[in-house]
Design a protein. Structure first.
Length: 747
C-alpha cells in the first residue's frame, strides 16, 4: 500500500450510489466534525435521551449568553471532565472541548489512545461500513482519558479511494495447523506421562484437538490490537509501512465472521513507542483499558495483535490483564491468542551484503553497525534515538529488555493453558532476518512460527497477467482465486525454508544453528522499495516507464461508468483487464485506487492465527519457556569461516532431517495463492488427515530428494542468495538424489 493512511484526521466521505463502486470504499469529499447531537445520541450511560436533551438545552442557553466573553474551557469545566464524570453528564461545550482536545492529540501522535468498536455483524461485503461504524475513543492525558468519548466514526483518516486486495503469497510450513499436526495417539499419551514422571524430556510440539469443527460458533470474542508509531523514514527503511490498529482488528474480525461467533468487540491501541519507553506506555494502556473491564466478562476468546516493537508491549499487556483475571472476570478456560507480526523479539543487526567484507574484525563490524544505525536514526530527536535504539537490545538474551519479555512470556505460558503465541514474519526482507523476527531462541510447544513469502519477490509480477500462467476468465465482479506456479529457478529457497521451519513447529531445536546461518542470505535492499540501490531504482523506473506507456495506450482513454448493477463494466470484466487497470490506476491516481498486497492484508495469515489458537490441544504437562544461547549468528555472509561452518552444518542438518519420522506428507510448495478481491475475504476449507502421517521416515527421504531436485534449477537474483547457491554447491556433487540420500544416511 502506497498511501500514508495513518497521519491525518478523518474526512467525511460520500457514499456511492450504485455500480461496482458499491463494492469499494468511497472517496473523501469534505472534512467536517461530527455533530454534537449525533454524539449525544451515542450515549454510553443509562440516562434517557430526553434527560440528555434537557441538560443540553439548559447548558446551551447559559453558555450562549456568555460565549462572547469566553476564550477557552473554564477550570470548572476541566474539573468536571477530569473527575470521572459520565458522558451523559457533560454539557454541549464540554463535549465539544473533549472532542477538540482528543482529536488534536491524536493528530499530534503525542498520547496513547484507544478506540473501542463493536464489530459484531461486520459486513465483509461492504468495506464502506468499516469507516462509518461508531465507537468510543479514549486518549490518555486528556479529558477523554477519564471520560471516554463516543464518536460516530473512526477519528483517523483511512484511504478514501477504492481498495483492491491482491493476494500473491504462500505461508510456510502450511497455512493451517491441520496440515502439520495430528491427534495425539494413545501410546504417545502413555509415553508422555511416563517421561513426565521420570522427569525426562516432555512434549516438543502441539497436537490437534479431537473436535476441530466450528470452535468459535456462538462464542464471544474480544480483539486487542496494538500499534506503535515510528518516524516515517525509520518505518519505511525498516518494516516498510504499518497499518492502523483498527485496520488489524477489522481484518481479523473479517476472518472471524466465517466462524459464526455471537459477538466480536475490539480495542485498538495507538501508542507513542517512538518517543516513550515500553513500561510508560504499558501503564497508559492499562489506565485506558480500565474503562472496558466489563467487556472481558464471560468472553470466550481474546485475540491480541502486535507489530514489530509493539510485540513486547502486547506480551506485557496480556500478562497484566490475565494476572488480574478475577478483576476482569476472565474465565480460566478462555482461549488466548497472541499474534506477533514482524516482531522485534530477536532484535536486529544491520546487513548490507554490498559492503560486507570477506575478512573483517569485530571492530570493523562494530563501526559498520554504528554507521548504519546513524543512517536509520537520521533526523530523529535525541529522545527518539534513545527509545528506538533499545529495540536492538532484544537480540541479547541477557539484556534488561530481553529478560523482561522472557519473564512475562514465561508467566503466560505457565499460567494459561489455552494460550498460543503465533509469530509471523516475511522471508524476504531488507532489515531483520527471519530467525530474528520469529524469536528462534525462544523454545516452547505453545509457540508456533509461520513464514510469509511474497510472490513479488519470487519473480511473480501481477502487473503482467499474461506471464502468470492463469486463465483470463470473465468476471462479473472482482472476485477471483487461483494458484500460480513458483518459477522453478526460485523454488529451492522456498522448499528449503519450508522444511526447516517445519522442524521448529515440531520442536526440533537441533536445526536452529543452520537456520540462523541461512537466514541472512535472504536479506537484500531490493526486498524493500524504499531501500533499493540507485542503479536498481533507475532500472525499475525505466521498466515502469515502459509499462506505463503500454498501459496509457490501453487504458488512458477508457472511462468507467457507474450505470450497472453491482457488476464490472464489460471493458474491465476479465482477470487480465481488471489486474492491469487496477495497477495502472493505483500508479496514476493513487487517491482513487490503492492496491493492498502486504502481509497485513493477507486473510490467510489471520486464518492461520485463528486456527493455531483454537484447533490445537494444550500440552499434557506444564512447561517453562526455554531460552537458547545466541550462537551460530554470522557476522558476514562473505566470511570464509562462516561459509565452511554453513557447509558442515547444512550437511549435518540433512543427516538429522532424513531420520525424522511421522512428518506430514506434502507434495512441496510449488505454488503461491493468488486472488483478487475488493471487500470480501477468500476462505478455503482445510481438513485434517491423520493418514498423511507415516510412522517411518519415508516422507523425510522424499523431502530431501525434493531439496536436491529444486537445487538443480535454482537461479536466484540477489547477491546474498547467489552466494548461498555457491556455498551449497556441495549438492551438485551428487549425480542423483539417491547418492545424496545414501551419503547422509551413512550407508
Amino acid at each position: 500500500m502506497a498511501s500514508n493512511a495513518e497521519s491525518n484526521i478523518i474526512n467525511n466521505q460520500e457514499q456511492p450510489t450504485g455500480g461496482w463502486r458499491t463494492w469499494l470504499p468511497y472517496r473523501a469529499t469534505a472534512a467536517t466534525s461530527t455533530s454534537q447531537e449525533e454524539q449525544s445520541a451515542a450515549n454510553v450511560d443509562e440516562t434517557t435521551p430526553e434527560e440528555i436533551m434537557d441538560q443540553q438545552r439548559w447548558y446551551s442557553n447559559v453558555w450562549n449568553k456568555i460565549s462572547e466573553y469566553r476564550t477557552g474551557p473554564t477550570d470548572r469545566e476541566r474539573l468536571m471532565i477530569n473527575s470521572n464524570a459520565r458522558y451523559s453528564q457533560l454539557n454541549v461545550q464540554q463535549i465539544s472541548y473533549l472532542e477538540t482536545e482528543s482529536i488534536k492529540c491524536i493528530k499530534q501522535r503525542s498520547h496513547t489512545w484507544c478506540w473501542y468498536e463493536n464489530l459484531t455483524g461486520l459486513n465483509v461485503k461492504d468495506l464502506a461500513s468499516w469507516t462509518e461504524r461508531n465507537g468510543v475513543v479514549s486518549v490518555f492525558g486528556t479529558g477523554s482519558g477519564k471520560c471516554p468519548l463516543p464518536l460516530n466514526k473512526y477519528p483517523m483518516e483511512t484511504h478514501p479511494g477504492y481498495h483492491v486486495y491482491i493476494k500473491n503469497s504462500t505461508i510456510l510450513p502450511a497455512d493451517s495447523p491441520l496440515e502439520i499436526y495430528h491427534n495425539m495417539p494413545f501410546k504417545t499419551k502413555i509415553a508422555t506421562a511416563v517421561k513426565d514422571y521420570y522427569n525426562f524430556s516432555r512434549e516438543n510440539h502441539l497436537y490437534l484437538k479431537k473436535d476441530t469443527v466450528s470452535p468459535l460458533k456462538e462464542r464471544k470474542i474480544l480483539i486487542i490490537s496494538i500499534v506503535g508509531w515510528l518516524p516515517e523514514k525509520y518505518e519505511r527503511s525498516s518494516i516498510g509501512e504499518q497499518r492502523t490498529a483498527q485496520y488489524l482488528c477489522k481484518k481479523l474480525a473479517q476472518s472471524l465472521q466465517f466462524e459464526a461467533p455471537s459477538e466480536i468487540k475490539s480495542l485498538s491501541f495507538e501508542c507513542p513507542l517512538d518517543s516513550s519507553d515500553t513500561m510508560t506506555v504499558l501503564n497508559e494502556c492499562l489506565e485506558l483499558i480500565s474503562h472496558w473491564n466489563d467487556h472481558f466478562n464471560e468472553v470466550d476468546n481474546v485475540f491480541f495483535i502486535g507489530v514489530y516493537h509493539s510485540v513486547p508491549l502486547m506480551i506485557l499487556l496480556a500478562r497484566n490483564i490475565l494476572e488480574r483475571a478475577t478483576e476482569f472476570k476472565i474465565k480460566k478456560n478462555t482461549n488466548i491468542g497472541l499474534l506477533a507480526i514482524e516482531s522485534c523479539l530477536g532484535g536486529y543487526r544491520f546487513w548490507d551484503h554490498s559492503t560486507d567484507f570477506t575478512t573483517s574484525t569485530e571492530e570493523d563490524n562494530k563501526k559498520i553497525q554504528q554507521n548504519r544505525e546513524k543512517q536509520l536514526f537520521q533526523g530523529l530527536s535525541k529522545n527518539e534515538q534513545e527509545v528506538l535504539s533499545k529495540i536492538k537490545s532484544y537480540k541479547e538474551i541477557g539484556s534488561a529488555e530481553s529478560k523482561l519479555i522472557q519473564g512475562n512470556l514465561n508467566w503466560l505460558l505457565l499460567n494459561w493453558d489455552s494460550l498460543r503465541l503465533t509469530l509471523f514474519g516475511k522471508l524476504y526482507d531488507n532489515f531483520m532476518t527471519i530467525t530474528q523476527k520469529l524469536a528462534i531462541d525462544y523454545k516452547h510447544p505453545k509457540i508456533i512460527r509461520n513464514i510469509w513469502c511474497n510472490g513479488k519477490y519470487l519473480s511473480i509480477d501481477t502487473r503482467r497477467p499474461n506471464d502468470l500462467g492463469i486463465q483470463d476468465i470473465h468476471m462479473k465482479s472482482p472476485n477471483f482465486e487461483a494458484e500460480i506456479k513458483i518459477p522453478k529457478e526460485r523454488n529451492f529457497e522456498v522448499t528449503l525454508m519450508n522444511n526447516l521451519i517445519l522442524t521448529q513447529n515440531l520442536g526440533k531445536e537441533e536445526f536452529i544453528p543452520v537456520l540462523k546461518l541461512l537466514s541472512p542470505f535472504f536479506i537484500s535492499r531490493s526486498f524493500n522499495e524504499n531501500t533499493i540501490s540507485p542503479s536498481m531504482r533507475k532500472q525499475k523506473q525505466n521498466d515502469l516507464k515502459t509499462w506505463l506507456q503500454e498501459m496509457d495506450d490501453k487504458w488512458g482513454t477508457v472511462t468507467v461508468t457507474d450505470n450497472y448493477n453491482d457488476e464490472l463494466p464489460e471493458n474491465l470484466a476479465s482477470v487480465y483487464k481488471f489486474l492491469e487497470y487496477s495497477h495502472y490506476e493505483s500508479l496514476k491516481y493513487p487517491d482513487l485506487i490503492q492496491i493492498y498486497d502486504d502481509i497485513y492484508d493477507d486473510d490467510s495469515m489471520y486464518r492461520t492465527f485463528i486456527q493455531n489458537t483454537t484447533l490445537t490441544k494444550k500440552p499434557l504437562t506444564i512447561q517453562a519457556l526455554k531460552v537458547l544461547p545466541n550462537t551460530s549468528s554470522p557476522s558476514s555472509i562473505l566470511s570464509t569461516v562462516n561459509q565452511y561452518d554453513l557447509v558442515w552444518k547444512f550437511h549435518e542438518a540433512l543427516s538429522k532431517f532424513i531420520q525424522l519420522r511421522n512428518l506430514p506428507e506434502q507434495e512441496g510448495i510449488n505454488t503461491v495463492d493468488f486472488s483478487i478481491t475488493l471487500d470480501t475475504t477468500c476462505w478455503k476449507q482445510i481438513f485434517s488427515d491423520d493418514s498423511k502421517f507415516n510412522k517411518d521416515n519415508t516422507e523425510a527421504i522424499a523431502r530431501v530428494i525434493q531439496i536436491w531436485e529444486k537445487y538443480q534449477d535454482w537461479s536466484p537474483p540477489t547477491r546474498g542468495l547467489k552466494q548461498l547457491k555457491n556455498i551449497l554447491s556441495v549438492l551438485s556433487l551428487y549425480n542423483t538424489p539417491s547418492k545424496l540420500v545414501k551419503d547422509i544416511q551413512r550407508k
